[in-house]
Design a protein. Structure first.
Length: 279
């Protein structure tokens, strides 16, 4: 098959959209992930409209198809502390306003950690916040990321993501990003039973919700609930399992983003490797 392989990695946004696009082109990426702001959640820098316009041109000219903005991983919509929840909600609403400068793209976030209040209370807080954040006008699809289930993290089970989606009124704006390291650590065996995991995803959430893949190997064993990413082929998933994932008929048209411990040259190598493994 010679369909488009949408493959890329996490890149630095510190020099703006255009520099990030140039980095993507230099490593053969057709997809980009970036943090919308400092992971510690600080103020996002002012958007430079010229930079965005130049990026949109560069992306079109170089076949960059997918832009996936990742919310600061420290944001927590289901914290026990009301101020932390409010900060997360305001930050995400601001991120989504900015996303409209690069319309029809993806915005991924970690559902959050309930820190002792229980999963049910956490799910209620997350969907409550999404009901206030999502707007009918937005063109961005917001993705819930599958998590490893470490600590009190929500999203380590497909059922938890489904419950968030079910309780969100504007849920036509919601999708899911499947992280291969996270689901493996959570106890979904994408190495020995990929078809079974995808059937389970379809039964619980609906495969049409799946909009992006974080393609990572894992430092830890199956079901460890740890969440430590490893370079492609150096961890417990291994290169054959990851090759089956990028070629699976239900997955192959999705964007694949690497979040492996690499700088640009390492990412260039992994993108080249995955391109070679693509059938
Ligand atoms: Fe993530
Ligand atoms: Fe991820
Ligand atoms: Zn992770």
């Amino acid at each position: 098959m010679s369909d488009t392989f949408i493959i890329g990695c996490h890149l630095s946004f510190s020099k703006g959209f255009c520099a990030m696009g140039a980095d993507a082109v230099s490593i053969g990426a057709t997809a980009i992930q970036f943090f919308t702001r400092n992971p510690r959640g600080g103020v996002a820098k002012a958007i430079d409209a010229d930079d965005v316009a130049a990026y949109n041109e560069l992306a079109a000219a170089n076949g960059i198809i997918t832009l996936l903005a990742h919310a600061s991983y420290t944001l927590n919509l289901c914290s026990g502390d009301k101020r932390i929840r409010k900060f997360a909600e305001e930050t995400m609403a601001d991120d989504l306003l900015r996303m409209e400068l690069t319309p029809h793209q993806l915005y991924n976030f970690h559902p959050g950690s309930h820190v002792g209040q229980g999963i049910e209370a956490g799910i209620e807080l997350i969907s409550g916040a999404l009901n206030r954040i999502l707007t009918p006008e937005q063109t961005t699809t917001v993705l819930l990321e599958t998590m490893s289930g470490k600590g009190s993290e929500i999203g380590g089970k497909f059922e938890e993501l489904r419950d968030i989606i079910d309780r969100t009124e504007q849920n036509e704006k919601l999708g899911v990003c499947l992280d291969t390291c996270h689901v493996y650590d959570a106890g979904y065996d994408v190495v020995n039973d990929l078809d079974g995991v995808l059937a389970e995803f379809d039964r619980v959430i609906g495969i049409r919700r799946l909009r992006a893949i974080h393609i990572n190997d894992s430092k830890n064993p199956f079901g460890s609930h740890k969440d430590r990413h490893e370079k492609i082929g150096m961890g417990n998933l291994g290169v054959e399992a990851l090759a089956r994932i990028i070629n699976h008929p239900l997955l192959r048209s999705l964007p694949f983003l690497l979040e492996t411990p690499n700088e640009l040259p390492g990412y260039a190598e992994e993108i080249a490797l995955l391109k070679k493994l693509r059938k």
